[in-house]
Design a protein around this ligand. Structure first.
Ligand code: GDG
Length: 466
């Protein structure tokens, strides 16, 4: 079996069995690496005054992690700059928040070169290389420049935006050209894949000789949709642990005679939190008789705090949650519990399990794993209802959720009303269909489909005659 090298911006394998502090994706990648006896390469999370290229290699929980420190300027220009102030907002259709600064683009290119220079000496001839996400789009190209001939795949975790949105990016063509140095490019959904194809065909003069293959810039690349899932087996294990059960009992005790509505999201403007609060406010206004029957818990750990747009959304949510509680609360009840704390994965599982409604309403989302975690945590005999944005990648696989337009307070309010009134038979019917998909299309299926597609390919074909 070929060795697998996973590359992502951050490297954070769990320290061992029972480490529930890291995200589900990190757990899954770590499991893949243990299976393929591979290597996980990326940024250490530390900065130094000057870039040294010094590799730190350590074994963490059975995974070999190879990391490199970056310069302070790298962090500003590459990570906070191009990745999180340019690509992230633009790819989530927030052109109004996107900053186009030449230094960001230069920092992005520089860090991708630095990653390539540091990684290349570690690569052995038969290694499969799997690069993740928008931080590292040009990394494949930089590795090719250094003579790396291995099969290299790239997976985009966030949406690929519609053509007219994408062309707002200065030097958009260059970014797409770099993607033609991969053997395989994966997207979360067929819709994202089609948006990419449309760009290549209409803007880059490319062609599609057969479905799933694109030719442009004198090269050929395979493309496909690989919807990511959760580690359903691991999630079932989490649910059985004592912390999860304690948390579920605690939340059940806090909501006697009322229903818990839960949202869990990184504090990010793409997650539709303001619109969600407004939808809930409308529900409270329109349904006075149901007010005291509900409690909305929104967990939103802060993220990317040094980016201004994140500071602003945080202020707006503080004020909006305060306004709603001020208007509707009573001495013994307040409608919203808004929490910026980070919880362990097992605690989150317990919280989901106590909820009657999972409210997952991003304005745009590559996939959204919270929707799947909520489903996995339900009691099969009395499951809750998932209210899901139609603009989350997950909506495609989860038609049995109540799908809403996250921009419409009216639709969110109506969906909440419907979810809370739904009889048990319908809840079980909808949940069973959702759970079946969550289990079948889980993270292992995602990983294996991608790695097999990558491994099944012939080595990079020589450049086509142009
Ligand atoms: C990107 C794409 C795509 C949240 N709060 C806590 C916590 N979380 C965990 C959730 C979930 C994960 O973070 C969030 O995953 P999402 O998929 O919802 O969103 P992004 O972070 O934006 O992820 C997204 C994903 O990549 C994978 O491809 O689905 O579309 O944007 O697992 O549970 N985890 C813990 N404490 C918290 O307080 N431990």
């Amino acid at each position: 079996m070929n060795r697998l090298i996973v590359v992502s911006n951050r490297v954070n394998p769990p320290s061992g069995e029972g480490d529930e502090s890291v995200g589900g994706l990190a757990m899954a990648l770590a499991a893949a690496l243990r299976e393929y006896s591979g290597l996980w390469f990326g940024w250490s999370g530390k900065t130094t005054p000057e870039f040294t290229g010094q590799l730190n290699i350590e074994k963490v929980g059975g995974v070999t992690a190879a990391t490199v420190d970056l310069e302070e300027t790298d962090l500003d220009e590459y990570y906070n700059g191009y990745a999180n102030k340019t690509l992230w907002p633009l790819f989530h259709y927030r052109n109004d928040l996107a900053a186009f600064d030449r230094s960001y683009g230069e920092g992005y290119r520089r860090v991708n070169c630095r990653f390539a220079d540091t990684l290349a000496p570690l690569i052995e001839p038969d290694d499969l290389i799997w690069i993740h996400d928008y931080h590292l789009i040009p990394l494949g190209r930089e590795l090719r420049k250094l003579g790396v001939k291995n099969r290299i795949g790239f997976f985009l975790h966030i949406p690929w935006p519609a053509h007219q949105v994408f062309i707002n990016l200065p030097r958009h063509r260059q970014l797409v050209e770099a993607m033609f140095d991969y053997d395989l490019v994966g997207f979360q959904t067929a819709e994202h894949q089609q948006a990419f194809e449309e760009y290549v065909l209409s803007e880059a003069g490319g062609s599609q000789p057969e479905p799933g293959v694109l030719e442009a810039f004198g090269r050929r690349v395979e493309v496909g949709a690989f919807p990511i899932g959760i580690d359903a087996e691991d999630f079932a294990r989490l649910l059985r642990n004592s912390r999860a059960r304690r948390m579920r009992d605690l939340m059940t005790a806090c909501t006697v005679f009322r229903h818990l509505i839960v949202g869990v999201d990184r504090l990010d403007y793409s997650k539709g939190l303001e619109e969600r609060f407004l939808g809930f406010e409308r529900f409270l206004t329109e349904n006075p008789d149901m007010r005291r029957e509900v409690l909305m818990l929104q967990i939103a750990p802060v993220s990317r705090e040094s980016v201004e747009a994140y500071q602003q959304i945080r202020e707006r949510l503080d004020s909006l949650s305060g306004r709603i509680n001020g208007a509707f609360a009573d001495v013994d009840w307040a409608p919203i519990r808004y929490v910026n704390k980070n919880y362990r994965r097992d605690e989150l599982a317990g919280i989901y399990g106590a909820a009657r409604v999972g409210l997952v309403t991003p304005l745009r989302d590559g996939m959204n794993l919270v929707a799947k975690e909520f489903v996995a945590a339900q009691n099969p005999e009395d499951p809750g209802v998932l209210v899901l944005s139609r603009f989350a990648g997950a909506a495609r696989q989860m038609p049995d959720a109540l799908l809403v337009n996250p921009n419409s307070a009216e639709e969110i309010s109506d969906a909440l009303k419907r979810a809370l009134a739904m009889d048990k038979a319908e809840r079980i019917r909808r949940w069973s269909a959702l759970f079946e998909t969550v289990q079948r299309e889980d993270v292992t299926a995602w990983r294996d489909a991608f790695v097999q597609a990558l491994a099944g390919q012939k080595a990079q074909a020589p450049a086509l005659a142009s």
